[in-house]
Write a protein that binds this ligand. Structure first.
Ligand SMILES: *Cc1c(COP(=O)(O)O)cnc(C)c1O
Length: 376
């Protein structure tokens, strides 16, 4: 069975993790900051704050910009639910908007139309690994005096007009879940140029306490103070060591992901029932996912099962957030509110995309897809 996604782990990764297991610090040791510095340098920003998951990173970002009860945050509905859930963790209200039908990226005009005096921030989601329209989003955010957060959990390593993801918004959130570009098991990060916001997030991930244990030990002091409410959202050194080791391989991995995407792209040109997601000019895509849109006449469920029986795992990203039971019941959202996301949801299928996928396997996926499609 070819899975839709899978991590790549080599001996270097195993050695990096073993070294931490044999060291003095399993968590809050020296490897965490090394990993943070490496990701910050890679993204071309000044600060990186590691957290226990991408979801914790989203929560820390919402907290740092001061989202509180009743505050609204604009979120595209075509995303993983964690993006919107993080707003609710802070007592805020996710204000959903639709995406452009061809890129599935947040529609900037719609964002503008839902901003109110209660709006605190816009969250842009780099769906599948393509950066959103940050120049226009930044302009809009600064005109209205609100924050711009990038949920770039799909887009580590992508660029827009030569600028790296991580440097395009006030705060950029990354995930190191095994299906993402680099894995730490569970893990996430926020990268930013704002020193104050970074400091707030460092405290937030450590119960709201200003000094961690190692800093206190180095200072020869037991004293610490909790000044605000935080959580235990720390990333362990065991995980950071894996992340640091994986990061070294990211450039080559992005090349591989792009090569797979181009092989798929060429093949689906000859499939009238399959439409690619449009990639904008000036984008170097990171291809966390390779979703395609099936023709309306296709019966997706039978294509999904047909592929499965041929040994090809696919997935659907995503059931729009506003269509989940929780959101329907809590916020009264329903089908019909965001037609582009809903139409996409009915037609989306994510083909296998991961670094270890061989050309032969890509060809097997293409052949299997061809076999499962109805002749239109
Ligand atoms: C993966 C992902 C997250 C959450 O990341 P975790 O590390 O799994 O908590 C958030 N947003 C998007 C768009 C994601 O794909």
């Amino acid at each position: 069975m070819i899975p839709y996604a899978r991590q790549s782990i080599d001996d270097d990764d195993v050695h990096a993790v073993s070294a931490v297991l044999r060291s003095d610090w399993l968590t809050s040791g020296p490897v965490g900051p090394k990993f943070e510095t490496a990701v910050a340098e890679y993204c071309g920003v000044r600060h990186a704050v590691a957290l226990s998951s991408g979801t914790a990173a989203l929560h820390a970002a919402m907290n740092a910009i001061g989202v509180g009860p009743g505050d609204e945050v604009v979120v595209p509905t075509m995303t993983f639910v964690a993006t919107a859930n993080a707003v609710i963790y802070q007592g805020g209200i996710p204000r959903f908007v639709d995406v452009s039908p061809d890129t599935l990226l947040i529609d900037v005009e719609q964002v503008e139309s839902v901003i109110t005096p209660r709006t605190r921030a816009i969250v842009a989601v780099d769906y599948a690994g393509q950066p959103c329209d940050y120049p226009n989003l930044r302009q809009l955010a600064s005109q209205r005096g609100i924050r711009l957060i990038a949920d770039s959990c799909h887009a580590l390593g992508a660029t827009l007009d030569g600028q790296k993801v991580g440097s395009l918004a006030d705060l950029t959130v990354l995930s190191f879940h095994p299906v993402k570009h680099i894995a730490t098991g569970e893990g996430g990060m926020v990268v930013t140029d704002h020193s104050q916001l970074a400091e707030t997030m460092r405290r937030f991930r450590n119960h709201g306490i200003s000094k961690d244990f190692r800093e206190r030990e180095a200072a020869g002091s037991w004293e610490y103070e909790m000044a605000s409410l935080g959580y235990n959202y720390r990333l362990s050194d065991i995980q950071a060591a894996l992340g640091l080791s994986q990061l070294a391989k990211l450039p080559g991995w992005l090349t591989r992901r792009r090569a797979i995407a181009s092989r798929y792209g060429q093949a689906i040109e000859d499939m009238p029932a399959v439409q690619p997601i449009r990639v904008k000019h000036g984008v170097a895509h990171a291809y966390h996912l390779y979703p395609v849109l099936l023709d309306r006449e296709c019966h997706r469920r039978s294509i999904f099962s047909g592929l499965r029986s041929l040994g090809v795992g696919t997935n659907v990203h995503y059931l729009p957030a506003h269509m989940h039971k929780f959101y329907r019941e809590r916020f009264g959202t329903r089908r019909g509110m965001f037609i582009h996301s809903e139409d996409a949801y009915d037609r989306l299928l994510s083909l296998p995309m991961f670094v270890g996928l061989t050309d032969r396997q890509v060809d097997r996926v293409i052949e299997a897809l061809d076999e499962c499609l109805p002749s239109l």
